[in-house]
Design a binder for this molecule. Structure first.
Ligand SMILES: *Cc1c(COP(=O)(O)O)cnc(C)c1O
Length: 230
């Protein structure tokens, strides 16, 4: 199937999930995760009115940004961030979904250029069953949110999570429900106007919509399987 056909199919899935769970379709945004895929694939998606792209690897992302600088795209950084990479992230992205510690947030805040609008930030939370090492522990999340919300040139928007892959729909829902409840807790305890839940990938899109996702990060269902060894 072509990228255009894939996008049509994904949009249909999102529409159907939104309807099934009484969600406002306009509140569910599609982030096309283009890591490992060439600039030409991004052009194909852009031709279908996809404007937001997620990348995990900084160098790869910067190269593609150069190749695509004739298009009006919004770039989201969604991968782990090392401190020596924060400057280029702060200079070249509109969103960062994967902030999981204060040091990184402080560097992004200091390094965000004055001429750019505030950098949109999601805190990545490591919910209990997650196998990756990234993400802030839930117990430390409110304090991290409090500190990040006070940093200049950053706009704290909400939470991001990558639950361990699982085929069980009920378990997927439980994982995302935890993230939603953590967001609600932060909103209440800190009185912050957070509006973002970055959760749901190709295999758990429906459960994420059911639990309030506002950014679905979809790679495989749009661009096909990734190949890492070429
Ligand atoms: C690769 C990746 C995705 C996309 O995953 P798919 O299963 O291909 O849809 C989403 N979010 C993050 C953080 C990723 O690294």
């Amino acid at each position: 199937m072509s990228i255009a056909e894939n996008i049509t199919k994904v949009r249909k899935q999102i529409r159907e999930a939104a309807q099934a769970f009484s969600r406002e379709p306009a509140q569910i945004h599609l982030l096309a995760v283009s890591k490992t895929k060439p600039a030409s694939a991004i052009r194909e998606a852009y031709a279908c009115q996809i404007t937001d792209f997620g990348e995990n690897y900084l160098q790869e992302a910067l190269t593609k940004q150069q190749e695509l600088n004739d298009l009006k795209l919004t770039w989201h950084f969604i991968g782990p961030i090392q401190s020596n990479k924060t400057k280029l992230v702060a200079e070249n992205f509109t969103w960062v979904h994967s902030v999981d510690r204060l040091k990184i947030a402080e560097r992004l805040s200091n390094q965000r250029p004055e001429y750019l609008p505030d950098l949109n930030i999601c805190l990545q939370v490591n919910i209990s069953n997650e196998d990756s090492k990234s993400g802030c522990a839930p117990e430390q999340l409110v304090e991290l949110a409090r500190q990040v919300s006070q940093l200049p040139k950053l706009k704290l928007r909400g939470l991001m999570a990558i639950p361990a892959p699982c085929d069980d729909y009920a378990e997927q829902q439980q994982n995302f429900a935890q993230v939603r409840q953590l967001l609600e807790q932060i909103i209440i305890e800190l009185n912050l106007p957070l509006d973002t839940l970055s959760m749901g990938m190709t295999h758990d899109l429906q459960a994420a919509v059911a639990q309030g996702s506002t950014w679905l990060r979809i790679g495989t269902a749009i661009f096909g399987e990734r190949q890492y060894n070429n």
